[in-house]
Design a protein around this ligand. Structure first.
Ligand code: PRP
Length: 267
């Protein structure tokens, strides 16, 4: 059964074989941003500079919980396979079915195994959506395939879509309240409810948090962002240090919500 210990063991083995050498689990705790899991850059800080700035500006309008599953080792030379995966899965001209399938399996396993961990932190989600692409918004974007793989734990989950506005193209490392809108009937489905927002990559979090701003503005009680890859840039000192520290292979049992929150089987 999906979500059972047997499923978890099987998913762990499958993902270890498929992406263990490609991705590494995100980490929580000292040195890691409590929001996005990126390096804080300085000891004693709970959040990285980007997330701190966003929190100072938007406070509780932002997502209540951000769950990045794995680090993407970006801008390496030669390029790292994790970068290749998160790009090729949605490449317009050379899409890779293998990459898409791997990311979808990661979302399916994480939401099945660690859905209860999300629930223990912020409650079960009632509504599901995704972050639309700037260049290819709409439901034919492969990010929708990721959202479709979120395991619902037998619960009723409504699906809604965010509509990008012209302001979305100007979202650059800083969330904006007007980047998305929501059709009135979808907004009604969101009011007073917990929305899970799926995205493929978190770089600054600006787009995903812009989605959260819209959802909170139309009345969502809570927003959780689930993204596959927390992008690290090998060109930034603190990111390079984390990459060069030797990241362990991806383990589907390692909890992306944090060891203290884990309600699933332990690694
Ligand atoms: O964390 P951020 O700094 O906001 O960057 C990450 C966002 O950027 C990409 O979106 P884009 O619209 O470029 O996606 P596409 O490549 O799918 O068109 C990606 O899919 C994330 O949504």
């Amino acid at each position: 059964m999906t979500g059972s210990p047997e499923f978890a063991d099987r998913a762990r083995a499958v993902l270890y074989a498929r992406v263990g050498a490609i991705f590494a689990n995100t980490a929580r705790g000292p040195g890691h941003c409590a929001v996005c899991t990126g390096p804080t850059g300085a000891p004693g800080f709970l959040a990285c500079q980007q997330c701190s700035r966003q929190r100072a500006e938007f406070g509780s309008e932002l997502a209540d919980l951000v769950v990045p599953l794995a680090y993407v080792q970006g801008w390496m030379s030669p390029p790292h396979q994790s970068q290749h995966h998160v790009r090729r899965y949605k490449s317009l001209f050379h899409p890779s079915a293998r990459c898409a399938e791997d990311l979808e399996l990661m979302v399916a396993a994480a939401s099945a195994i660690h859905g209860p961990c999300i629930a223990s932190e912020v409650g079960w989600w009632d509504v599901l959506t995704f972050v639309p692409s700037v260049t290819r918004c709409g439901v034919d974007h492969p990010v929708v395939g990721l959202a479709r793989r979120v395991f619902d734990h037998g619960r009723r989950v409504d699906r809604v879509v965010l509509a990008p506005t012209d302001d979305l193209s100007t979202v650059d490392r800083r969330p904006q309240r007007g980047a998305f809108t929501m059709p009135a009937d979808h907004a009604a489905a969101v009011r007073g409810r917990h929305v899970l927002v799926v995205d493929d990559t978190w770089v600054s979090g600006a787009k995903a948090q812009s989605a959260a701003l819209t959802l909170k503005a139309v009345g969502a009680s809570r927003v959780t962002i689930l993204c596959v890859g927390r992008w690290l840039s090998h060109q930034w000192d603190e990111h390079r240090r984390l990459i060069d520290s030797g990241l362990p292979p991806y383990d589907a049992l390692a909890c992306p919500v944090g060891p203290g929150a884990c309600r699933g089987p332990q690694p």
